[in-house]
Design a protein around this ligand. Structure first.
Ligand SMILES: Cc1cc2nc3c(=O)[nH]c(=O)nc-3n(C[C@H](O)[C@H](O)[C@H](O)COP(=O)(O)OP(=O)(O)OC[C@H]3O[C@@H](n4cnc5c(N)ncnc54)[C@H](O)[C@@H]3O)c2cc1C
Length: 394
């Protein structure tokens, strides 16, 4: 057993990518330290979607039954109400998976489940409330991370450092890696809406803008897609938002009228990726390597698939005595680069329809007309969202 400040693999960030990678490496007998800047996983602005392919992985890991005991809601098809026209955007019921549904689970419950499974392994250490902001190097090689926790400065060393700290990673910047790509055309306004007993809304309502509604039992979590840079939080912006949402969804008008600028979080969407995902001793995965937009709700899936590929490729190397070489890290990027590019390409193409302003009575956008005319296409969109472009097996 190594000292508490050493591990086979040190992972920065306890999000979907970081915790799934930790679990997979622990199960192959390795020692893993995860460092998370927050005290818990109770953050509000994370996606809540657990895709059929992720549920397949949970089944492979023997965690599916436990997963299903936690609060969740299943969605076999993604339905859209476009200016009052109801249609299906994606159908999961034909997927070759055990669970043919997209499941909504508050991400803190999902991350707790994975962290609990990690904690069953003696080689696991989760350091919370600790923000990593620097790297330790020996020559060119990254051999550790430094940061600040509740008890002051901390330094942890590892044979491999994985940065899974998301789209605004400071670790990535410290490694000299800079994401490239055009700015996203959209931002998201994220706020809670009060809920009356028994009240429901379609998951996606669109027309003069788009509203995504996640039912969290006591309240609705709303994601409202707007053109990038158009929100300043001014009184005019708030009034315009009230009026716009009331036009898209008249039944939401009363509840949204009580939402103030302070209630609204502006989530800036990023759609960039690294040209190179690694430097000697350090690998970036998940949103740190490729920031995903919420379009299609596939970022969590991609982050988890990165983790599975990383564990499969680097686990055997870490179990050996030698160092993890740059060629090993390159193999992970080669495996995951194509699915990332393909997914970001589609997400960029979706920005137009997501942002399109449609007055009531205007025709459906072409992709939705095609889905309505050829319902079998909804199996393709179901496969893209539910499985991803290159699903990984453990
Ligand atoms: C508005 C919005 C809505 C979205 N909705 C969905 C959706 O519904 N479904 C979907 O699949 N995807 C969605 N996405 C995309 C999805 O959130 C990401 O692709 C996914 O969370 C990436 O997972 P990750 O583990 O790579 O990073 P993250 O989930 O960002 O996790 C990174 C972790 O690292 C921690 N961390 C950060 N910096 C440090 C540091 N310096 N030191 C220590 N810890 C640190 C963070 O606290 C966090 O826990 C959405 C994105 C946006 C912007």
């Amino acid at each position: 057993m190594s000292t508490p400040n050493e591990a086979d693999c040190v992972i920065v960030g306890g999000g979907p990518a970081g915790l799934m990678l930790a679990l997979l490496l622990l199960r192959s007998g390795l020692e893993v330290t995860v460092i998370e800047k927050h005290a818990d996983f109770l953050r509000d602005f994370r996606g809540d979607t657990i895709h059929p392919s992720t549920q397949e992985l949970l089944s492979e890991l023997g965690l599916l039954e436990e997963f299903l005991t936690r609060p969740h809601a299943d969605m076999p098809r993604v339905q859209v109400s476009w200016n009052g026209t109801e249609l299906i955007l994606a159908d999961f019921t034909h997927l070759p998976t055990k669970r043919k549904v997209m499941t909504f689970m508050p991400q803190w419950d999902f991350l707790d489940l994975i962290a609990d499974a990690c904690a069953e392994h003696p080689g696991f250490r989760l350091i919370r409330s600790t923000r990593i902001d620097g790297l330790t190097r020996e020559g060119e090689r990254v051999v550790g991370v430094t940061g600040t926790g509740p008890e002051g400065d901390i330094a942890v060393r590892g044979r491999l450092i994985v940065d899974a700290s998301g789209r605004d990673s400071v670790v990535r910047a410290a490694a000299g890696l800079t994401p490239v790509g055009r700015a996203s055309a959209m931002d998201v306004l994220w706020f809670r809406l009060s809920k009356r007993s028994g009240q429901t809304f379609p998951f996606i309502q669109a027309g003069e803008g788009m509203i995504i509604t996640i039912d969290r039992d006591d309240f609705f979590q709303i994601a409202h897609v707007i053109p990038a840079g158009s929100w300043t939080g001014s009184t005019d912006d708030v009034e315009e938002m009230h009026a716009r949402i009331a036009r898209i969804s008249p039944r939401m008008a009363d509840a949204v009228a009580t939402v103030t600028a302070e209630d609204v979080h502006l989530l800036r969407v990023s759609l960039k990726r690294l040209r190179r995902w690694y430097v000697e001793g350090l690998l970036c995965i998940g949103d740190s390597a490729h920031a995903m937009s919420p379009a299609g709700g596939v970022g969590i899936n991609l982050a988890i698939q990165d983790a599975v590929a990383t564990a499969r490729i680097l686990g055997p190397v870490l179990r050996g005595a030698g160092p993890v070489g740059v060629a090993d890290l390159r193999r992970v990027q080669r495996r995951r680069s194509w699915p990332t590019r393909a997914t970001q390409f589609v997400q960029r193409r979706l920005q137009g329809p997501l942002l399109a302003t449609r007055q009531s009575g205007s025709p459906l956008p072409l992709p939705l007309r095609l889905l309505r005319k050829h319902p079998r296409l909804t199996r393709l969109t179901g496969s893209f969202i539910g499985l991803g472009v290159r699903p990984e097996k453990i």
